[in-house]
Design a binder for this molecule. Structure first.
Ligand code: CP
Length: 313
């Protein structure tokens, strides 16, 4: 049974809880292919989307998920809010509570910000839409839903995550989530982009060709080079990065026929992926994006059911 009013990360969820979200999301996919893509499930619930870092996919899919479920929604970005006048995150959130918002979706550069506000406003639901270098739970959930749809299972899948592991909240959430399903997770990146202690969580490679050869991955997941979080000197140039870690036709051709390529977006074409890799038959990248709406509908629905139970008491 689902019992949480917040979604902070996959580290804190059980396999059963992740399965509840994925099953609920799968059932919501049928709403998204109907002529009228709307149900009244979240009527009366108000959701504030606080995006203090840029976003296209996560923000749009949360907003669409809320609209598909008939919630009332607010969209707030740091640049157009009183944050620019010096208001703190906590004061912003307390004001949203005073405006009777039920759920806050938060993207923030500070790792730990969603947990902080979940404690500060205990009767408001909080969903982490990506916090610094910590977690991006709904991204990993939509990745896992995509894998489950494509392979019929997550258990035992071989998933190789390539690129900037150090800065990646997507990698962390995927590793936490996939390992609960006994997926065989490995990572590959240059030493400067691998976090300390990662070898205690999964197998580690610095050579992508060796990693593909040894792991024979079902899923090759490329990560974005996060230019906004790079300190100087972590690697020499984007051209050097592409040569060592870019997924091109030659590397794709070494994968099994059934293997897929994933990427959370936004893609830097010609850096993480060759110019045409994202458009190839192996690419599941736009399926991931589509699944983002169903996953976020599921999370909003499950959290609102707990909030409604609390209001009934
Ligand atoms: N995958 C992802 O978080 O994309 P956005 O930054 O566009 O939301």
């Amino acid at each position: 049974m689902w019992s949480k009013k917040d979604l902070i990360g996959l580290k804190g969820l059980t396999k059963d809880e992740i399965n509840i979200i994925l099953d609920t999301a799968q059932s919501f996919t049928s709403i998204l292919t109907r002529e009228i893509k709307k149900v009244p499930t979240l009527r009366g619930i108000t959701v504030a989307n606080l995006f203090f870092e840029p976003s296209t996919r996560t923000r749009s899919s949360f907003e669409l998920a809320e609209k598909r479920l008939s919630a009332d929604t607010l969209g707030i970005s740091a640049a157009a809010s009183s944050v620019v006048k010096g208001e703190t995150l906590l004061d912003t959130v307390k004001n949203l509570k005073a405006l009777l918002c039920d759920i806050i979706v938060l993207r923030h550069a500070f790792a730990g910000a969603p947990e902080l506000i979940a404690k500060a406003v205990p009767d408001v639901g909080v969903i982490n839409a990506g916090d610094g270098m910590h977690e991006h739970p709904t991204q990993a959930l939509l990745d896992m839903l995509t894998m489950r749809q494509m392979f019929g299972r997550i258990e035992g899948l071989k998933v190789l995550i390539v690129g900037d592991i150090f800065h990646s909240r997507v990698a962390r959430s995927n590793i936490y989530g996939l390992k609960k399903f006994n997926a065989q997770v490995s990572v590959c990146g240059m030493y400067s982009l691998l976090p300390k202690g990662i070898d205690s969580l999964c197998r580690v490679y610095v050579d992508l060709d060796e990693a593909i050869e040894k792991e024979k991955p079902d899923v090759l997941m490329a990560l974005r080079i996060q230019k906004e979080r790079q300190e100087d000197g972590l690697f020499a140039s984007l051209r050097e990065y592409y040569r060592a870690y870019g997924i091109d036709q030659k590397r794709s051709s070494r994968l099994a026929k059934s293997s897929i390529i994933m990427h959370p977006g936004p893609i830097n074409r010609g850096v993480e992926l060759a110019l045409d890799t994202a458009d190839s038959d192996r690419s599941a990248i736009l399926v991931q994006v589509t699944n983002g709406v169903a996953v976020r509908m599921a999370v909003l629905y499950l959290i609102s059911s707990i909030l409604r139970k609390g209001q009934e008491k």
